[in-house]
Design a protein around this ligand. Structure first.
Ligand SMILES: Cc1cc2nc3c(=O)[nH]c(=O)nc-3n(C[C@H](O)[C@H](O)[C@H](O)COP(=O)(O)OP(=O)(O)OC[C@H]3O[C@@H](n4cnc5c(N)ncnc54)[C@H](O)[C@@H]3O)c2cc1C
Length: 428
C-alpha cells in the first residue's frame, strides 16, 4: 500500500473489503477475539501515517452508495466508503448538493470528515459540520448511532475522529437544493488581498487565493451562486485544465527539481502568465480540480485574526531563506465550529497550505513554515504533514480529554490504535 503522494508505504498482513455492515461487524469481532489491530483506509489521500498498519487494513470501496434521502429536510444518508465524486452525482440526481467541498473529490466521505477536511468560505465550517448523524461499528463490534439529537457528546467526537472510535458505516449529511456556481480566477497582489480579504469574504461565497512565492502576485478564486448557463465542456476547457494546469505544471516541477536555482524564476514566470478565467458549472462539478502532479503538503489552521501577520512572516521567511520552492501557497477561510478535534474548534480561521513536489525534500521548508504557524497558535490539518506530538496537541485542543474519554468507551481494547495514533493521542 502507499498513500497518494507515495511518501508512506506499508504492508498490511490482510486487506479486507467488506460489502455489508454485518461483514464489518464480524471483522471487528474476530479481530477483538484474536487481539489483532485494524486500520481503515478511505482513498489514502492523507499525507500522514493515519492508514499505516502491519495488521488488518479495511477499505469500504465495496460499501458505497446512498442509503436514504429525505427531500423535505434536504438530508441524505450515505455509506461511509462513498467517494465524493460519486456522492456529488448521486445527490445531483436527487436534486441535492453539498453546501461546500474541498479542492478534490477523490476522497471517501468517511475519510473526508475523519480528518476535518475543509473547503473555503468564511460562512462555512469544515465538511464535518455538514454531518447530522453518524453510524459506526465500534471496537467491540457494536453498532453505535450518534447525531445532533442522540449521543450528542459522542457525535462531537465522531465528527472528526481519525478512525480512532470505530468504522464509520453511514453518514447523514445536511445538503441543499442543487445549485450552480460561477467561479472567477483573477490575478491580484498579496498586499492588496491582505488589506481587503475581510470585505471579499463578505461579498464572496467561496474565496481563496494562491500566493506565488518570491513575488507579490496572487491568483484569487471567487465563487458565487449563479443562474447563468453552465459552460459547455469542450476541448478548450480540457486544454486549460489538463494540459496547461497539469502537464505544463509537471514540466515546471521537473525543471525546478533538476535546476533548483530556477525555482524563483519559475514562480515569477508563472505569476506573469496568470490571466482571468471564468467557469460556470453545477457545484459538484466545479469545486474539485484535477491534481495530476503529486506533491507533499503541510497545512495549518490559524486564528483569522493572525492571518495577515502570518502571511507577512511567510513572505519575510522566503526573503530571508530563499527557499527553492515555486509551488503556490494556498490560503482558505473557514468558519469556527464546536467539534472536539476540528482544527477550527472555537475560532473562525484561515488555512495556509504549503506544497512540495513529491520527488523533492520538504522537511527544512516545512519546518520553517511550521515554526511560524506554531508561533500563532496554529493547529495542523490531521491529514497533512506536521511534527506535533500528543503533549503539544493536547494544548491546542481543549476538548482532547473529552475525545479520549469517548475513545476509551468505544474501543477499550485499542483495536483501532496504531503506533502513529498513539503518538498523536498520547495513548499508552
Ligand atoms: C491532492 C489532494 C488534495 C486535497 N485537498 C484537500 C482540501 O481541499 N481540503 C482539505 O481539507 N484536505 C484536502 N486534502 C486532504 C484530504 O482531504 C484528507 O487527508 C482526507 O482525509 C482524505 O480522505 P481519504 O478518503 O483519502 O481518507 P484516508 O486518507 O484514506 O483516511 C483518512 C482518515 O480517515 C479514516 N477513515 C477512512 N475511512 C473511515 C471509515 N469508514 N471510518 C472511520 N475512519 C475512516 C482513516 O483511518 C484515516 O484516519 C487533500 C489531499 C490530497 C492528496
Amino acid at each position: 500500500m502507499k498513500n497518494w503522494s507515495g511518501l508512506e508505504k506499508w504492508n498490511p498482513s490482510e486487506i479486507l473489503l467488506p460489502r455489508s455492515e454485518e461483514a464489518i461487524q464480524q471483522i471487528v469481532k474476530t479481530a477483538l477475539d484474536k487481539k489483532r489491530k485494524i486500520r481503515i483506509i478511505g482513498s489514502g489521500h492523507s499525507f500522514t501515517k493515519l492508514c499505516v498498519t502491519d495488521d488488518i487494513l479495511i477499505s469500504l470501496d465495496n460499501y458505497q452508495g446512498l442509503v436514504q434521502v429525505d427531500k423535505s429536510s434536504h438530508q441524505a444518508t450515505i455509506k461511509g466508503g462513498t467517494k465524493l465524486k460519486k456522492l456529488g452525482e448521486l445527490l445531483n440526481a436527487e436534486g441535492l448538493a453539498m453546501e461546500n467541498l474541498g479542492d478534490i473529490d477523490a476522497q471517501s466521505i468517511a475519510g473526508t470528515i475523519s480528518t476535518g477536511t475543509h473547503g473555503t468560505g468564511a460562512n462555512f465550517g469544515t465538511i464535518s459540520t455538514q454531518v447530522r448523524a453518524i453510524r459506526l461499528v465500534n471496537g467491540l463490534g457494536e453498532i453505535i448511532v450518534c447525531s445532533i439529537e442522540e449521543n450528542v457528546e459522542l457525535f462531537k467526537a465522531a465528527q472528526v475522529s481519525l478512525g480512532a472510535l470505530g468504522i464509520i458505516t453511514q453518514i447523514t449529511l445536511q445538503c441543499m437544493p442543487s445549485y450552480k456556481l460561477k467561479m472567477v480566477y483573477e490575478k491580484s497582489s498579496l498586499s492588496e488581498v491582505l488589506k481587503t480579504y475581510q470585505s471579499i469574504n463578505q461579498s464572496t461565497r467561496n474565496f481563496e487565493l494562491y500566493w506565488m512565492p518570491h513575488t507579490n502576485t496572487v491568483l484569487t478564486k471567487k465563487a458565487n451562486i449563479t443562474n447563468e448557463e453552465i459552460d459547455k465542456i469542450g476541448i478548450g476547457s480540457f486544454f486549460q485544465e489538463y494540459i496547461l494546469e497539469n502537464i505544463g505544471f509537471k514540466i515546471f516541477c521537473e525543471f525546478a527539481y533538476h535546476f533548483p536555482s530556477k525555482n524563483k524564476w519559475i514562480s515569477e514566470v508563472s505569476a506573469k502568465t496568470l490571466s482571468t478565467v471564468i467557469k460556470r458549472a453545477y457545484s459538484h462539478n466545479i469545486y474539485a480540480t484535477v491534481r495530476a502532479v503529486r506533491f507533499n503538503e503541510m497545512e495549518y489552521n490559524i486564528p483569522i485574526e493572525a492571518y495577515e501577520e502570518v502571511m507577512k512572516e511567510i513572505q519575510r521567511s522566503f526573503e530571508k531563506n530563499g527557499f527553492k520552492v515555486h509551488f503556490p501557497i494556498e490560503n482558505r477561510f473557514v468558519k469556527g465550529d464546536d467539534i472536539y478535534l476540528s482544527p477550527a474548534f472555537g475560532r473562525d480561521s484561515a488555512y495556509i497550505a504549503c506544497h512540495v513536489y513529491s520527488k523533492k525534500k520538504h522537511k527544512d521548508y516545512f519546518q520553517k513554515m511550521e515554526d511560524i504557524f506554531r508561533a500563532y497558535g496554529g493547529r495542523p490539518h490531521w491529514g497533512k504533514l506536521h511534527t506535533q506530538n500528543a503533549n503539544e496537541l493536547l494544548q491546542l485542543y481543549p476538548k482532547m480529554p473529552d475525545f479520549l474519554k469517548h475513545r476509551v468507551e468505544q474501543d477499550p481494547e485499542q483495536v483501532f490504535i496504531s503506533p502513529y495514533l498513539k503518538s498523536l493521542l498520547g495513548i499508552f
